[in-house]
Write a protein that binds this ligand. Structure first.
Ligand code: NAD
Length: 267
């Protein structure tokens, strides 16, 4: 509904492509004003903002590296200047730097932990400060604020060759639940989405040839690779009062990948 998030102010990190882009667009079409954070793809971010405005939505793009404290603080300052406050944070920015363990450099490890885990901490902290300062505005939402962390099925499925990535997402699980426990008394809700395999630039090689896609589908009981809209719908639900009783949860949107289909019929 175009009114579901009416009057709410949202920030989506890493919103210039893939899942973040879809979430930014869907939040906007649900009535939220949206900050489209990007790191390097300014043109794409501006195009998303133009599309949102053309549909009578409200948005602006802001460049910030979520792993850098000063840049995150500058982004929130700008948001408060433009929109007055924040109601919804979507901690989406993330990347992979894959390597076998023995060849993984400290730079590869630190880059992934810095963006995927520390970046979510920095943004959650800035959003929480504002939620606590402002409190609940009953005409806007039942909650004083909502944080949605983008995790992955790899918060529970070990992933050889990707120890930095899997460790960052495992970290998100305990970070999200600890923040949720700490902030619940203040009517702040903190949840995660754990996507399975979704068609985006992060994993093109896993689905862009028929051979690769067939191999991937063996891991997915739903027998299709996910679309960014599958995740955007979950994010808008978690951001809305429709999920008011959901706190500290990880919603797996994975076509059944975490059912471990390889075990089916092996009894
Ligand atoms: P993507 O590469 O399209 O999106 C990642 C976004 O993060 C990009 O827009 C990129 O510019 C941005 N980004 C990277 N470094 C940044 C930084 N330092 N500061 C700010 N932004 C930065 O891929 P995606 O699949 O849309 O990934 C989005 C999130 O979803 C990630 O957290 C990823 O781990 C998670 N995820 C994706 C899948 C999948 O199958 N695609 C599965 C599980 C989890």
């Amino acid at each position: 509904s175009p009114y579901l998030l009416k009057g709410q102010k949202a920030l989506v990190t890493g919103a210039s492509s893939g899942i973040g882009e879809a979430i930014a667009r869907y939040l906007a079409s649900s009535g939220a004003a949206v900050v489209v954070n990007y790191h390097s793809e300014g043109e794409s971010a501006e195009k998303i903002v133009d599309d949102i405005k053309a549909a009578k939505g409200e948005a602006f793009a802001f460049q910030a590296d979520v792993s850098k404290e000063d840049q995150v603080k500058a982004m929130f300052s700008k948001m408060f200047q433009e929109f007055g406050t924040i109601d919804i944070l979507v901690n989406n920015a993330g990347l992979q730097k894959d390597s076998p363990l023995v060849d993984m450099s400290l730079d590869q490890w630190n880059a992934v932990i810095g963006i995927n885990l520390t970046g979510q901490f920095l943004c959650a902290r800035e959003a929480a400060k504002e939620f606590l300062r402002r409190g609940v505005k009953p005409d806007i939402s039942c909650a004083a604020g909502k944080i949605i962390c983008m995790s992955s099925v790899h918060e529970v499925i070990p992933w050889a060759g990707h120890v930095n990535y899997a460790a960052s997402k495992g970290g998100i699980n305990m970070m999200m639940r600890s923040i949720a426990q700490e902030l619940a008394p203040h009517k702040i809700r903190v949840n995660s989405i754990a996507p399975g395999a979704i068609k985006t630039p992060i994993n093109t090689s896993a689905w862009d040839t028929p051979e690769a896609e067939a191999k991937l589908l063996q891991l997915i009981p739903a027998k299709r690779v996910g679309d960014v809209e599958d995740i955007a719908k979950a994010a808008v639900w978690l951001a809305s009062d429709d999920s008011d009783y959901v706190n500290g949860a990880t919603i797996f949107v994975d076509g059944g990948m975490t059912l471990y289909p390889g075990f089916a019929g092996n009894g």
